[in-house]
Each structure stands twice: as C-alpha cells, then as structure tokens.
Design a protein around this ligand. Structure first.
Ligand SMILES: [Zn+2]
Length: 246
C-alpha cells in the first residue's frame, strides 16, 4: 500500500517536472510578468491593447494613463502577460474627402434635423451582419444609416453606409440620422479611429443638413424604453466639445 503511494507520488512528480501536455493549465500571470512595449509613431493605446489582447482600462491603470488619447512616441508601456513585443497597426485617420464622398450630395427631398448615436453592444460586427440580425428580429433590415467599425468585423474607424441612407429611407423616427459604433461601450472604449470618424461624419452631416449641435443625441436621450445605449464609456461630452471647435 505504502509502495503504491510512493509510486503514485513519483508518477505525479515526473509529470509535474516534465510538464504534462494533457493537463490544461490556466495561464497565470505572476505579478510583474510581462514586457515593456515602446510606443511607435501612429500607435494608439487602443490598438496596443487589442494587439496584446489585454483590457485597455487595465492597461491604462497599470501604466497610470488617464487620457487614452495622450500617449507619446517612445513612451514605454508595461504589457502584463506578454512575452515578446508585437507589431502594432498604425492609426490612420479617415480622410475628410472620403467621409464627404460616403455621405454623398445633399438629398434635397429629405429633411434631417437630428442625429442619434448608438453602440452595437457587441464586441465586433459590421453593417452586413447587423442587417442580417435586424431582419431576423423583424426590424426590416439594418436599422442604422451609418456603421463605424472597430477593427473587428470591419476596419477600425471605417464608415459603412447603410442601404437606408442610400435610399434615403426613414428609420423609426422621422428626420433622424442613426449612427452606430461597433463595440460595447459599457465594457470597452471607443477607439481613436472611431471617434475621429464619428466627429468627421457628424460635421459633414450637420453642415449639409443644417443640424444644430443640440440635436445630436445618444439613443438613451430619446429612447421610449430604458437603454444604456451607447454605453457608459461613450465620450458624449468630449464629442460635443470637439464638435464645438470650428
Ligand atoms: Zn441604440
């Protein structure tokens, strides 16, 4: 009996030393384990967090960053759990001319007075899959005029034009333009590229349709039922401040 115990002990000891591949082990990040990433030109904390698959808010907390829009080239960021430095996609703001081209010329027949902002409440997606989902929910297809991607399902900061905008069809509120940002902003942050695209898109729409700033609103501001849309992390006041400048 005692021998059997000793054999078993030795068996597990050998397994432990060799590292048994059949026993799944949870990756445990020991305190201090990780690497330093040196911020390169055009990199954002959003893209860095996505590249290393770490939570952006956790990354900001560890590196004592309060404002995600302000990181500097050459700054060293501690990336918990990472083993090697990875190449990070450079942030390229969407060109103004492209935004104007996507919006197209003013539709003389349509009166647009409001802009309502949503989040998809999903971590990824694009106009095509939301269209499918909205058809499935018997909403008659994509409920948004514009969808702004987050790099998962469509490009980060990419503006997709929905078919309702192309056909100038109303959604459910007359005179309203519906913009959806891909992401769940109760859990994550709006990417720099999305924010930049949103500001440019709203500027073009406001100019074309003479929409005053006070008519830009979040879904939660107009919903008949309770909704947190577009999420507690959506930087609405930052957006209004940005739009007020020129
Ligand atoms: Zn919404």
């Amino acid at each position: 009996m005692l021998n059997r115990k000793i054999y078993l002990f030795l068996f597990y000891l050998i397994l432990f030393i060799n590292g048994c591949a059949t026993v799944p082990r949870q990756p445990v990040i020991a305190p201090g384990q990780g690497i330093y990433h040196t911020v390169g030109s055009g990199q954002t904390i959003y893209r860095i967090a996505k590249t290393y698959n770490v939570d952006i808010q956790e990354l900001m907390r560890i590196n004592r960053i309060n404002d995600p829009t302000h990181i500097e080239v050459g700054q060293k960021l501690f990336i918990p759990g990472a083993k090697v430095p990875l190449p990070v996609e450079v942030y390229r703001p969407i060109p103004q001319e492209l935004v104007e081209k996507l919006v197209g010329p003013k539709h003389l027949s349509s009166q647009r007075c409001y802009i309502t902002i949503h989040h998809s409440a999903t971590l990824e997606g694009n106009a095509e899959c939301f269209d499918r989902y909205h058809r499935h929910r018997k909403m008659g297809g994509l409920f948004y005029h514009f969808v702004i991607g987050n790099g998962r399902g469509s490009g980060d900061g990419e503006i997709e034009v929905g078919w309702r905008w192309k056909r100038q069809e109303e959604v459910n509120r007359p005179y309203d333009i519906q913009i959806c940002l891909v992401g769940n902003f109760n859990k994550e942050l709006v990417s720099n590229a999305q924010f930049d695209a949103l500001v440019k898109l709203i500027r073009v729409l406001c100019r074309q349709y003479n929409i005053p700033l006070e008519n830009i609103r979040r879904h939660q501001d107009v919903a008949d039922k309770f909704t947190e849309c577009p999420g507690s992390n959506f930087p609405f006041y930052q957006l209004l401040t940005e739009l007020k400048q020129n």
